[in-house]
Every structure is written in C-alpha cells, then in structure tokens.
Design a protein around this ligand. Structure first.
Ligand code: HAM
Length: 456
C-alpha cells in the first residue's frame, strides 16, 4: 500500500503509539451541520410546510442547486449585494461554463417554468425547499449556506393571489408559533420605479456629505437600497427621503389599495413601510416582509412580492408572477420548543451474554414485528447491563422499553416499562409490568394506534 503522509499534526495517538494523526477537517465557515437532535424540529417544520402547501393547492418543484451564473446576474440584477458580493460563482474547469451555487430560487423556478413550458395549460402554483448560498458575514441568523421554503404563483396578475401568499405565510408562521409583524409596500411599475430612482438619487446627492461610505457607492449602483441601510446615523436622512408611494403609477396604486382591502377584510394586521425595497431587483408593485425580534435585533423571516417582468427578462413569454421565501434557520430559531422530542416508540432491551444468545434472536424478531405494525423501534446493540440499556432508551426519548431478561425468556413473556410522559401515559403507573409475549405486542400496537388517532 502506498504511504500517505499525515497532513498537519492532529495530536498524539489515543493508544499512546508514536504516531501523528491527520488534522481534523472542519465544516466550511457559515455552513452548519443539522445534527440528529435538531432533525426532530426540522422534520416537524417540514410536515407543517408540506400540509399547508397542499392545503393551498401548491405543487412542489425541485430545481438544481447549481445554475448558469447569468440566470442570477440577469434575474436578480447586477448592482444588488447578492450578485455583486455574495455569489459563490466558479468556472467548471472541464468545459469552461460559468456556474453559481443558487443564492435564491425564484430565478431557478422561473427558468424551469420557461424551459419546460409549464404555463402551457395555465398558471401554476409552485413551492420549493432547499439550501441557498450567499457569501455573507456569518452571524446569528445569517449563514453562508441556509435554507429557504418558497412559494411562487406564476401566471396571475393579482392582487388576490398576492393576498393568498401573504395569508399562507401568516398561517405557516402561526402554525409554527413564530411571532412576526407584516410590513408592506409598493414599488410601482418598472417605469415608475425608474422615475423614482432619479428623484431619490437627486435627494441623496444633495445630502452626499452626510452619507456613509456604503451609501455613497449605492447612490450610483442601486440607490433604492440606501433606504434600507442598517446604519442608525443615516436614519435622519432616510426619514426625509421622498416616499416611493408618491411616485407609483395609477395601476400599481390601485393594486396596492386592493391588497389592503383584502387584508383588512381577512383581519390581517400590517404596517405600510415606504422604505421597504427588498434586496433583489426583479420586484415591481407589491412587496412584503414578515419581521421578527431576534434577541433585540429586527430580522426578516420571510420576504416576497410581485415580479411581473422576470419571465420576460429570462427569455420567456411575459407573464405576471408573485411569491415569497422564508428563512428556515431563522424560523426554527424562533419556534418554541416541541413538547416531546421522541423519535422512538419502543426500545428493546435484553439480557444476552453472547452473540448466540436466544434473547438476541428473539429481540430481533420482536423488533421486526413491531416495525411491521408501524412502530418506531430501536433495538439495543452491543453489550450492556439493563441499567445501561435503560439509559440508552432514555437518551432516545423512547415511550416504552420492552425487556427480555432471563425470566421473561423462561416464561415466554416480555416486560414493558413506560418512559416518556406524553399523551395517555400516566407517570404514576410507570411500574414495569410483565405480559405474555403476544399480549405485550398487541398492547404496544394498540397504544400506537391510539396515539396516532389522537394526533390526527
Ligand atoms: P430574500 O429576502 O433574499 O428573498 O430571502 C428570503 C429569506 O431568506 C429572508 O427573509 C431570510 O429569512 C432568509 N435569508 C436570506 N439570507 C439569509 C442568510 N444569509 N442566512 C439565513 N437566512 C437568510 C428571496 O430570496 C426571494 N427569492 C423571495 C421571493 C420569492 N420573492 C418572490 N418569490
């Protein structure tokens, strides 16, 4: 075998040998692992999303993580932070293609809709979930790989469908127990926005000396973004800036008014924020954000709006569209703790002195039978005293431990011990009880059925 040089010095051998161990490889900065413990929350989140998307008639679409760089530079717009500073772009050395890890997925969904002629039989309601990549400075709630769930309604002019998207995002947040407030604004048509851009530029030029360095650059590249600066020293100037709502076209103003009528009728509270401009260039007419308090800082957990020009811009037949995306990590961080984190119904513990013990064979059979009946079963593996096995069962937050000791083996029985306090389980009756094998299995199956019925 070829000798491989150790890379770096990872430390002494745990066995005390005179050897170098390779340095540990860490995850990339700003890109996190979702560990099994968090996975419970993620699965719950995904179940809620799935059922709400279905309830509103949205169909799931899965697009690639890597796309042609042009899709984003044209779709999102150069001059935006995302395109100019945050994209993970690279050249495919094998064929010279310029590729980008998707920083968002509206452009990808629109590309797919155009490529596969999805609008041929009418408008489409689509949703997606998955990782996005932005080279931002990592901090709480801001990652370089993060996840979004998004919904795009393509082919409708609105405003009914815009309101549907807003109430759907509201339902998601409420169902997950996340507190957020709704801000809305209108950016008008592309022409109205161009006019407003000039007016804003003139205003900012007049106040040039008071602008911070970032805003001085944005004044030329993307003046609307100056409005959502996070610099508190700029607040006074921004408050005096002309409002976009004074310059929007009549059609957009009517659209915005109708949105508000629907929201009022549905009892959805909102505030109009004329400084809300969103960070991506494809928006027109209505935009909205759900904003939450994140340890004293305001962070957007969900953002979206109408993007009527994007299909045309990406080479498709022009069609109106609207959508939103929510930041999964931010939502999960704001969700209240789940009442129980159990992923295991039964932990099977047994007394097997060696690998050929009857108890081990029997434990495997019982585990399989319970799984056939739809129970989630973790069978103890390796050796260990009952005390150690109960500890493992506890670590799995199992509801039950099924115990196969020598006495149970002799009698053809199993003992059951209830562990996790939830639903129909009564702590005071948590004694271990012995049942004939078939009765014990049936008892567990009945328990599972009752628990599932109660959940539904
Ligand atoms: P966005 O506002 O750029 O919009 O992103 C949507 C959400 O993704 C944000 O509100 C935030 O919760 C989350 N997010 C963004 N960047 C990060 C990050 N670095 N770390 C953690 N979370 C982040 C869009 O992406 C549009 N495509 C939304 C849309 C869909 N508009 C119309 N349709």
């Amino acid at each position: 075998m070829q000798h491989v040089e150790p890379i770096g010095v990872g430390g002494a051998s745990p066995l005390g040998e005179n050897k170098f161990y390779p340095q540990k490889i860490k995850s990339v900065r700003g890109m996190r692992d979702v560990l099994p413990k968090e996975e419970i929350l993620w699965s719950y989140f995904e179940d809620v999303i799935q059922s709400i998307m279905v309830a509103y008639g949205y169909q799931q679409i899965r697009t690639p993580i890597v796309e042609d760089t042009q899709l984003f530079s044209r779709g999102i717009g150069s001059g935006t932070d995302v395109v100019d500073k945050e994209m993970y772009s690279f050249k495919d050395e094998l064929n010279g293609d310029l590729l980008t890890l998707r920083p968002e997925n509206t452009a990808g969904v629109v590309r797919s809709v155009i490529e596969h002629h999805l609008l041929y039989d009418g408008p489409k309601r689509l949703w997606y979930q998955g990782p996005m990549f932005r080279h931002e400075r990592p901090q709480k709630g801001r990652y370089r790989q993060f996840h979004q769930v998004g919904a795009e309604a393509i082919g409708w002019f609105g405003p009914d469908v815009d309101v549907e998207l807003i109430v759907m995002s509201k339902r998601i947040l409420e169902e997950l127990g996340v507190k957020a407030s709704l801000q809305i604004n209108s950016l008008g048509s592309s022409d109205a926005r161009k006019k407003y851009r000039e007016i804003l530029q003139n205003f900012l030029r007049k106040n040039y000396d008071r602008l911070d360095a970032d805003s001085k650059v944005r004044l030329e590249t993307n003046p609307l973004r100056v409005l959502d600066t996070k610099n508190p020293e700029m607040k006074e100037i921004i408050e005096k800036a002309p409002s976009v709502l004074e310059y929007i076209d009549t059609e957009s103003a009517l659209h915005f008014e109708e949105i508000q009528c629907f929201l009022k009728d549905l009892g959805v509270l909102y505030t109009i924020n004329p400084r809300l401009v969103r960070g991506l260039d494809y928006y027109s007419k209505t935009v909205f954000e759900w904003v939450s308090d994140f340890n004293g800082t305001e962070l957007t957990v969900c953002g979206g709006g109408r993007y009527d020009s994007l299909l045309g811009l990406l080479g498709g037949a022009s069609a109106p569209a609207s959508g939103f995306a929510l930041g999964v990590e931010r939502i999960l961080a704001l969700m209240p703790e789940l009442d129980c984190t159990s992923q295991c119904d039964v932990y099977v513990a047994y007394d097997a002195p060696d690998r050929h013990s009857e108890a081990l064979y029997k434990a495997m059979h019982i585990s399989e039978r319970l799984r056939n009946a739809g129970l989630r079963v973790v069978m103890h593996c390796g050796r260990g005293s009952f005390k150690q096995q109960f500890k493992r069962a506890d670590a799995h937050a199992s509801f039950w431990v099924a115990i196969l000791g020598s006495e149970e083996l002799d009698q053809g029985s199993i003992s059951l011990r209830a562990l996790c306090r939830r639903g129909n389980y009564d702590q005071s009756k948590s004694q271990q009880e012995n049942f004939p094998l078939e009765e014990a299995i049936q008892k567990l199956i009945d328990w599972k059925k009752k628990a599932s019925d109660e959940k539904n």
